[in-house]
Design a protein around this ligand. Sequence first.
Ligand code: HEM
Length: 405
Amino acid sequence: MTTTPTAQAVPLPAPHSSGCPFAPPPAYTEAAATGPMTRADLPDGSSCWLATGYAEVRTVLSDRRFSADVRHPAFPLLVPGSRETLVTDNPSFLRLDDPEHARQRRMVTGDFLVKRVAALRPDIQRIVDEALDRMTEGRTEADLVTEFALPVPSLVICLLLGVPYEDRDRFQFLSRTLLSRESTMEQLKAARDEVLEYLRTLAARKREQPEDDILSRLAVRDDLTLDEIASTGVLLLIAGHETTANMISLSTALLLEQPEQIARLADPAALPGAVEELLRLLTIVHTGLPRVALEDVELGGVTVRAGEGVIAMVSTANRDEEVFGGPDRRPTDELDLERDARRHMAFGFGVHQCLGQPLARAELQIALETLFRRLPGLRLAVTQGEREFRTESFIYGMRSLPVTW
Ligand code: HEM
């Protein structure tokens, strides 16, 4: 078993190419072509592993010998020096291992179950329709990101959490800061403190006057501290709108390039599968999912030593020809809304697999079907080259998407 693969170390995070804006950075796909495990260099000068193969990514995300605990001294960080700002006494459960992770996740699982989300569909449909009414009233052109892709998931998660939507500008700004690799340490720390304080105050208020929302349900429990509630609240607030918002805008931009595929969204039987294919191809966490090995693990022809970091690159795993290809299919780096994409890992895999995936699926299905049904003449209002992508964020996406109809 070798520990030194021949391929060159990949610098993390790698830049996006000036070619296809929907593709992950070429350095990751090139690494995947040389083998499933490659060495990578982190911005602070330390190194870690990059897992790019489908089977290896699955193992990293589901094998308990890999930890998601951000407090581990070797946890790989893409923002140099961010350990002090990210490592608090109360990391959200996204960055904790079981049993602590499971204890905190269990408290919100019920709110995101498939049947709970199914009951929310009429609310989501109303929110989508109202956003489109506002966007189109007396106009023939708008920025789809600010007028549709962002407000829809933002309104939905505010409704679920019980966060006043009037405060959205502030927390959208704060979550952008927290998700940007270009934020300075001071900006990260200030944004983290402000959003935590905001949710602590709100949770304290709901403890006194509970309503029918997630924050209230957490606030009235006596086995959670206000700090724990605040960090779960931040996780849900950020995960709940930035991810889905960017999926809506990227999916729209991609579908406008391939209008012949849009008709599939109108078929209720085909819509869920079409959304899975968009999730697979776009896999918006372009920077990968970080973990650290707790023991030596033999993986993909190398030995990952205890205490070494690993980045699980879901975007390359989701393009594996063996899993998603097949003789009659388009290549896996191309959109094919008829593909069976259900085994994708755009929502991660294992115990940390996305809690909000039933909600994200419902939002994407309703938003995309309604958008193209109500605006059949939807097209770009700028040239393809003028579209602006959000490359600096941990969640890949679009800054703006000017459209007309
Ligand atoms: C298309 C939209 C979304 C995508 C692509 C996405 C993707 C992901 C991924 C890849 C993970 C795993 C992270 C890891 O293993 O390190 C994750 C976790 C998580 N997501 Fe999502 N997500 C989306 C929408 C949502 C929504 C709407 C919510 C709801 C509030 C949400 C809440 C969460 C939470 C709470 C976790 C942490 C789960 C845990 O650690 O047990 N996500 N998401």
